[in-house]
Design a protein. Structure first.
Length: 481
């Protein structure tokens, strides 16, 4: 992870101004020096995993204001706040009041040892004062609900607190990325799936991303700018990586590759994080003669995603899963249940991420059979036809519900097998609970038809990110929950 990709944590350490100069001449030094040694140790530990902004120990309101100015200037993703001993309320209350919407993790680090046996001499008495972080923490906790802040907290030894800060910071970093994300909708909404669509105003208001609208005519114009040489090079690379079926028309192959490159060029020029292509609108086929069928490497190289059917919620789910997994993410809709086998088949037509070199052999370049007999200019232009790789997958969904967004997650297992659903990248999946109960739960929650999948278990990471983004989180783990 590069320095620019690391989460940035503001380290807010509160101490008591009353004790600041006590302990001059003692063996372990005055109170302030003891606190600074602790602060530097904390900063050093955290710096192994995150970028730390430390403005110095906070003793009063002026220190607090200076710290918040620094945090805002440095664009911290979150703040880790801790009371190092007894402290005064005013600075803490001002901090809660003025910290804006920056996520806060309130920590209390347990000492390995108390550091004194009695307080008969001054050195031990100062250490007693220095060890009183529990007093400050408990006093401060009462102000959190009174101010109305939604704050996470952790109590534990230094290792536990450090791990929690790093994990919290990762979720906060993702929150920052989502809030600044740029979404491009190619085409428009149409009448076939109103319940799938989300309100761009509510997205911007509640989650932060800005939605840009891209016309099919813009895509048609961009296709014309893609050179023959670039198209031929991309087509050669695709043919070298995957099996090309014998009935694929070379000219239509090139047309599909060229249109796919055009999508990536638009995304690059507009600096999009999420590109949402409405590829079920026949206006697209009238404008460019096909449905773009490939997934240019630019998207993975830039941590961006490309999804079909105009589903911005599906794009957000795919983006979240990509950010937490750091890997390849696919887009599916469940087709049908095989109750006898306890499985369901799922997949999706249109562009889907086929670029993972580990599964290149599971990808065929095949005609888009669904549109092969139409009169559009490039009818049947090919696409990357994927049989999803076997193994554990995280399945995630995002949709809107009356101005709020819900995140629905589950662990499923993808089964091995051959291609069998023409025109759809697909797989067969077994949920961890009975398949009828699985979809009964989903229907009860109320979703849409689209989900994202990625290798591995990313439920905890999605939960943390969902909490900071204020998404209503649902996880399908057993029938009783």
């Amino acid at each position: 992870m590069t320095h620019a990709q690391q989460p940035t944590v503001g380290l807010m350490l509160f101490a008591s101004a009353r004790f600041r100069h006590l302990g001059e001449g003692t063996a372990r030094g005055p109170y302030h020096e003891r606190k600074m040694r602790e602060a530097e140790a904390t900063r050093a530990r955290l710096s192994e995993s995150v970028r730390v902004v430390f403005p110095g120990i906070v003793y009063d309101g002026e220190d607090c204001a200076r710290a918040l100015r620094m945090f805002n200037a440095e664009g911290v993703d979150c703040i880790a706040a801790e009371f190092m001993s007894w402290s005064e309320d005013a600075a803490w209350i001002g901090f809660l009041r003025d910290a804006g919407n920056i996520p806060i993790l309130f920590t209390h680090t347990l000492r390995q040892e108390v550091g004194f046996s009695n307080t008969e001499n001054e050195d031990d008495f100062i250490e007693f004062l220095s060890a009183g972080g529990l007093v400050g923490t408990l006093e401060a906790s009462g102000s959190i609900p009174r101010i109305g802040r939604d704050i996470s907290s952790v109590v534990g030894d230094a290792g536990t607190v450090q791990r929690e800060i790093v994990q919290f910071a990762g979720a906060a970093r993702l929150r920052s990325r989502v809030r600044k994300a740029s979404i491009g909708l190619v085409g428009s909404y149409n009448e076939i799936m109103w319940s799938t669509y989300v309100d761009p105003y509510v997205i911007h208001q509640n989650l932060g991303p800005t939605v840009h609208f891209i016309q099919y005519s813009d895509l048609a114009a961009e296709i014309e700018t893609v050179s023959e040489a670039d198209t031929a090079d991309y087509t050669r690379r695709l043919a070298a990586q995957h099996i090309v079926l014998s009935d694929v028309d070379p000219a239509k192959f090139a047309a599909s590759a060229r249109a796919s490159l055009a999508l990536a060029h638009i995304a690059e020029r507009m600096r999009l994080d999420i590109m949402v292509l409405n590829d079920v609108d026949h206006a697209l086929f009238r404008a460019i003669g096909l449905r773009p069928g490939f997934y240019p490497q630019w998207f993975n190289d830039n941590g961006a995603v490309l999804v079909p059917e105009g589903d911005i919620g599906g794009g957000l789910a795919t983006y979240l899963l990509k950010q937490v997994s750091g890997g390849h993410v696919n887009f599916i809709e469940p087709f049908y249940i095989d109750r006898a086998a306890g499985t369901f088949a799922a997949g999706h037509a249109g562009p889907n991420d086929h670029t993972d070199p580990r599964v290149a052999s599971r990808v065929k370049i095949a005609r888009d059979v669904r549109f092969a007999k139409t009169k559009y200019r490039h009818a049947g232009a090919p696409f990357a036809w994927i049989r999803f790789s076997p193994g554990e997958k995280t399945m995630a969904h995002v949709s809107e519900n009356n101005g709020r967004f819900k995140l629905v997650c589950a662990l499923i297992d993808c089964l091995d097998g051959e291609h069998f659903l023409a025109s759809y990248s697909h797989g067969v999946f077994r949920p961890r609970i009975p398949v009828d109960a699985f979809f009964g739960r989903i229907i009860q929650i109320g979703t849409t038809q689209h989900f994202a999948i990625a290798d591995g278990n990313w439920i905890d990471s999605l939960r943390r990110a969902g909490e900071l983004l204020r998404l209503d989180f649902n996880v399908l783990t057993n029938e009783k929950e």
